[in-house]
Design a protein around this ligand. Structure first.
Ligand code: TGC
Ligand code: FAD
Length: 384
């Protein structure tokens, strides 16, 4: 395992044991099949329950609601190991834990928590998070989806775009504006009349992950479906902070897998009568990849310490997400280069990771949007 600065020494025995368990599971269950599933655009229906059995869904949420109550560093390690398999697997777990279980736990009523969280933690129920729309991605405040108050409930109308787990979900967390233009969150059961999901199939990235467009056509829900604690754009943005935190860790797994694949290949592949690893240009590439991986690992670890201490600011998460994803993408592309022609196939992992990381660089706030978030933080001037 690549750990040049011995971050392992900083982990507790429990964190190490959990990390090793997830790594073994991913190596056995996900890695051997990831290329084929990615090619087919398939997410196996039996995986959510396997993740649930191992306590990998919403693991940092309290045990009383079905979470594993682990530290945020342990949660980050879970994301790291899942994404070593495929970014789509981490995406599934990110959405389930950070974008569905978290808002129910943070903004939900006690009834909503007791009803949904244990089933979501076990992977018996699947959730999705509908914020983005066809014309509102980076600027979610421009959403058009509406929630009209009616006697005893609400009627939702609108369309959500690029929704992970959309076709697999039993419950959708839908963000919509009420009659006063206030953003509110709703738990919409996906078998409610008027709700439909259409899978987006023509992706050349994140193929193992299910991505959908959601249609809400006069979907009527009761008052109990509204998340009572969620008011304003701040509520969904708080959820994004949780998911971005997991991404800052997750991409370390993809980057590590690519670096290790490139190193092993370079040691074995001969050109001009010698292993390509003996060439200075290849060594420089490997050194740069390892340096950026190590820096990103340190950023994630410190982020975890701040989160565990309750001192994390969302702009720190922006910096980590922005840097770690872009560096992971760079590492994956470099690995593909070292693998030569063989690198473009699904028999190796680096190109698949690189293709996935293009999405990760865009979703949960694009690289440029995080630049602007940080620019505003340090200058006090919004440049959106
Ligand atoms: P702005 O004025 O900045 O913020 C409104 C209120 O929210 C607070 N806030 C945050 N709080 C917690 N975490 C954050 N990340 C927060 N960002 C802002 C802020 O302090 C303010 O609070 P208050 O009390 O003063 O009202 O609102 P804005 O409209 O100017 O926001 C701009 C911007 C760019 C920061 C924001 O809209 C943004 O982050 N855009 C990117 C959209 C995005 O990331 N979408 C992701 C959709 S979900 C997804 O991609 C899932 S992928 C699947 C997977 O994760 O695997
Ligand atoms: P746009 O906002 O249209 O941006 C286009 C380009 O313009 C980007 O390069 C952007 O950086 C740039 N740009 C935008 N504004 C500015 C500015 N002010 N200054 C300079 N440059 C700017 N969303 C969900 O709600 N739930 C999900 O589960 C989910 N899953 C996803 C899964 C996948 C596979 C993908 C690809 C996306 C997913 N998303 C999801 C949507 C994702 O969050 C958005 O794609 C993302 O926020 C960017 O929005 P956009 O694609 O509309 O790009």
């Amino acid at each position: 395992m690549t750990d040049f600065f011995r971050i392992d020494d900083l982990l507790t025995p429990e964190e190490r044991a959990l990390r090793d368990m997830v790594r073994e599971f991913v190596d056995e269950t996900i890695v051997p099949h990831a290329g084929r599933l990615w090619e087919r655009g398939e997410f196996p229906a039996e995986w959510p329950a396997l993740f649930g059995e191992r306590g990998l869904l919403g693991a940092n949420l309290p045990e009383e609601y079905g979470g594993a109550g682990v530290s945020n560093i342990a949660y980050g390690l879970i994301m790291q190991e899942l994404e070593a398999g495929d970014s789509g697997v981490r995406s599934f777990a990110s959405v389930q834990g950070a974008l569905v279980m978290y808002p129910i736990w943070k903004f939900g009523s006690e009834d909503q928590r007791r009803h949904w969280l244990p089933r979501l933690a076990k992977g018996e129920a699947i959730g999705c998070f509908g914020l983005t729309e066809t014309s509102a991605g980076s600027d979610p405040g421009a959403m058009q989806t509406r929630a009209r108050k009616v006697d005893g409930g609400w009627v939702l109308n609108g369309t959500k775009m690029w929704i992970t787990n959309g076709n697999m979900a039993h419950v959708a967390v839908i963000w919509a504006k009420d009659d006063d233009g206030q953003i509110r969150g709703f738990l919409v059961e996906t078998d409610t009349p008027g709700f439909s999901a259409v899978e987006i199939k023509d992706k050349v990235s994140m193929r193992l992950s299910n991505t959908s467009q959601l249609f809400l056509d006069d979907v009527r829900v009761s008052d109990d479906a509204r998340l009572p604690g969620a008011q304003g754009l701040r509520a969904p943005l708080e959820c994004l902070t949780q998911a971005r935190y997991g991404i800052a860790w997750g991409v370390l797994g993809a980057a590590r897998a690519c670096y290790e694949e490139a190193l092993n290949y370079a040691l074995q592949r001969e050109a001009f009568g010698k292993p390509i690893a003996s060439r200075q240009i290849i060594q420089e590439r490997l050194v740069d990849m390892l340096t950026e991986l190590t820096k990103a690992q340190l950023v994630a670890y410190r982020l975890g310490q701040l989160k565990d201490a309750g001192q994390l600011h969302y702009t720190q998460v922006s910096m980590a997400k922005r840097n770690n994803v872009r560096q992971a993408l760079h590492i994956a592309r470099e690995a593909r280069t070292i693998l030569g022609a063989y690198g473009i196939t699904l028999g190796h992992h680096s190109m698949r990771h690189a293709a996935n990381l293009e999405t990760v660089d865009t979703y949960e706030g694009t690289y440029d949007i995080h630049t602007l978030i940080l620019g505003r933080e340090i200058t006090g001037i919004g440049a959106f």
